[in-house]
Structures are given as structure tokens and as C-alpha cells.
Ligand binder design. Structure first.
Ligand SMILES: C[S@@+](CC[C@H](N)C(=O)[O-])C[C@H]1O[C@@H](n2cnc3c(N)ncnc32)[C@H](O)[C@@H]1O
Length: 203
């Protein structure tokens, strides 16, 4: 979907609850605050939640309408809102403690390029959290995009996982009012800069 399509969706109605995804909240609850980017932040539910916990957060999305919804929420002044395409947006290498990428669905090669760049923005020990609809969700789950080419899977995220010390790379279940949805989770930390593949991420 293009930015204009997302703008149209956000203009019609709020797309997601203002609460963070439960697994995102569970994983990040105990992580001490630092510098974070919420990539494809949409209406900013995660950026706002992180800012409320003391994180310095930049929320990036190409939908100006989605970001405007976030900007109108309480606490929005603590978030830096950036309208940009994640395919080209970048920030200073090794400057972040967290990159969160929730439900961003791109063609596999584009997605891998974006996530590889995201790893390069992390400080050693900084965390990458990727969560999105799993390929198997089409046949065995509910909701979510139905185009196989843009969905996640453990295999598809494996090349990015190789750049990290991985805590979790797996298919996870998410209970919804319509039934069980299947997501893919990648949760890992950037290695020390002189340690293996994670130290050699291109800028
Ligand atoms: C399903 S929403 C998820 C929003 C948010 N991460 C959340 O979990 O609430 C996907 C978001 O990805 C954004 N997006 C898709 N492709 C993008 C791109 N190339 N550059 C920037 N944002 C993009 C859309 O505008 C939309 O806000």
C-alpha cells in the first residue's frame, strides 16, 4: 500500500487501539529507557507508550494522517514525529537502544533491507523488536494482510536474525475477538561492534 492509501485508511477511522500490542509491552516493560525509533509507527500507540515510560522516541511513518492522529494524543509532545518513507529514511549509525518495527509489511527484499539498516542504527546491546503477521496466518489464522509476498516468517527473518544475538525468533499466537492470529516475532540485541556479523552491518 502507498502512503496515500494509508492516509485514506487513517482518515476514515482509528485503525488500532491506543494501547500497545500486549507482547510488545511485555517484552519492553523491563528494558531501561534510552533512545528509540518506532519504525512505521502509524498512529503512534507504541511511540506514545514508550515515551510515557521515559524513552526518547522518534516515530517514523509515511502516513502524515496517521502521525497526526498520534500527535493529537496526550503525551505526544514527548515524541519526535517524522513523516518519511522507511525505504529511504535513516539515522545516525550506532545511536539507538531500540528499534521497534510492528506490523510493517513490505516485499521481502525491501523488508530485509530496512531491517538490516535498522540493526546498523543500534548501539552494541541495543535491541531490535520486529513483530508482524506470519505467512501461515493466511491459512491458519485470522485477519491481517492476505498477500503472501509481504508477510513475515521465521525463515524470512532469519538473515536479519543472523546480525543479532537472538533472544526469540518464532511464530507466536495472538488472541483476538475473531479468533487466533499468527504473528512472527524477532527479538534480539546487536553484538559488540567487533564481534561477528553484527559488528559488520553496513551503515
Ligand atoms: C499496520 S500499520 C502498523 C502501525 C504501528 N506500527 C502499530 O503497530 O500500531 C502499518 C504502518 O506502516 C506504514 N508504512 C507502510 N509502508 C511504509 C513505508 N514504506 N514507509 C513508512 N511507513 C510505511 C503505514 O503507513 C502504516 O502506518
Amino acid at each position: 500500500m502507498r502512503a496515500a492509501d494509508w492516509d485514506e485508511r487513517y482518515a476514515e477511522a482509528q485503525q488500532w487501539s491506543s494501547a500497545p500490542n500486549a507482547l510488545v509491552a511485555e517484552l519492553l516493560e523491563e528494558v531501561p529507557p534510552g533512545d528509540a525509533v518506532d519504525l512505521a509507527a502509524g498512529e503512534g500507540r507504541h511511540a506514545l507508550w514508550l515515551a510515557g515510560r521515559g524513552w526518547r522516541v522518534t516515530a517514523v511513518d509515511f502516513s502524515a494522517v496517521g502521525l497526526d492522529r498520534g500527535r493529537r494524543q496526550p503525551g505526544a509532545g514527548a515524541v519526535t514525529w517524522v513523516t518519511a518513507d522507511v525505504l529511504t529514511w535513516t539515522t545516525t549509525p550506532a545511536s539507538l537502544d531500540l528499534v521497534l518495527v510492528a506490523y510493517l509489511h513490505l516485499p521481502v527484499e525491501d523488508g530485509a533491507a530496512v531491517l538490516t539498516r535498522a540493526v546498523s542504527w543500534l548501539r552494541p546491546g541495543g535491541r531490535l523488536l520486529v513483530l508482524g503477521h506470519d505467512l501461515a496466518n493466511i491459512a491458519d489464522g485470522v485477519g491481517g494482510p492476505q498477500e503472501p509476498a509481504i508477510l513475515h516468517s521465521v525463515d524470512r527473518l532469519a538473515p536479519v536474525a543472523e546480525l543479532l544475538d537472538v533472544d526469540r525468533l518464532e511464530q507466536v499466537r495472538r488472541e483476538t475477538p475473531a479468533g487466533t492470529a499468527l504473528d512472527t516475532l524477532l527479538w534480539g540485541r546487536r553484538r559488540a561492534l567487533d564481534e561477528g556479523a553484527g559488528g559488520n552491518v553496513p551503515p
